[in-house]
Design a protein around this ligand. Sequence first.
Ligand code: ADP
Ligand code: MG
Ligand code: MG
Length: 256
Amino acid sequence: MSTLEIRNLHVSVETDSAEGREILRGVDLTIRRGETHAIMGPNGSGKSTLAYSIAGHPKYTITEGTVTLDGVDVLAQSVDERARAGIFLAMQYPVEVPGVSVSNFLRSSVTAVRGEAPKLRTWVKEVRESMATLEMDPAFAERSVNEGFSGGEKKRHEILQMALLKPKIAILDETDSGLDVDALRIVSAGIESVRSAGQTGILLITHYTRILRYVKPEFVHVMAGGRIVDSGGPELAAVLEDSGYDRYVKTTEPAG
Ligand code: ADP
Ligand code: MG
Ligand code: MG
């Protein structure tokens, strides 16, 4: 059973001014393989910072705390080592990779993470099945990564990567943002199929509750002001849907 453990994580971001600004102010979270956790919270609360810090983005400096995967110090690893260890991040704003086809990109990523190239015959079948789950046209595989992709296509491509990489821990940063109802349903079905395989711990970061109608987390956490300020089960998402984040924001902002 793989476990990602985040303890007392403090993170600062490099800014134009010399001094870094502290964004995460002591985050504790444990995610086991097979579990789905949702992190919800207002804009600017530090959700993406948490995602990038776990994945190893160089802009974010860890000033205190630990992140381990099965006891191994993740923070000491390079971005590539983290990916090979089984950590996957679907970014809120995926980058374009002009001139590299989806098909080649996926095969290279899987080869890098698995340490060997997948066998061609099973690979073609795997890709075809995952694309079918995500209702993607096979011709999509020949397009350049994220170049001219619609919002929905970018998100489907991220979920396709996750389905093929079969990570131990997958962090999905606002994979639901900007999707219409049909795209949300399809992307959710893709997440559900990875989830139901039970091999991946999923951290689903979202601002809105609507994706939680399709993907059902066992654990829901609220992030505000760089901390997890509340945790519960799915019932917490229902409360947030009704009352929003106001009470958390009021209690975490400094007075005056
Ligand atoms: P969320 O994903 O919850 O909306 P973020 O983690 O993106 O929150 O941002 C948290 C805070 O950190 C915000 O105030 C944001 O402006 C700041 N921040 C995040 N990344 C950077 C960055 N690269 N440079 C400067 N400020 C940043
Ligand atoms: Mg944001
Ligand atoms: Mg964000």
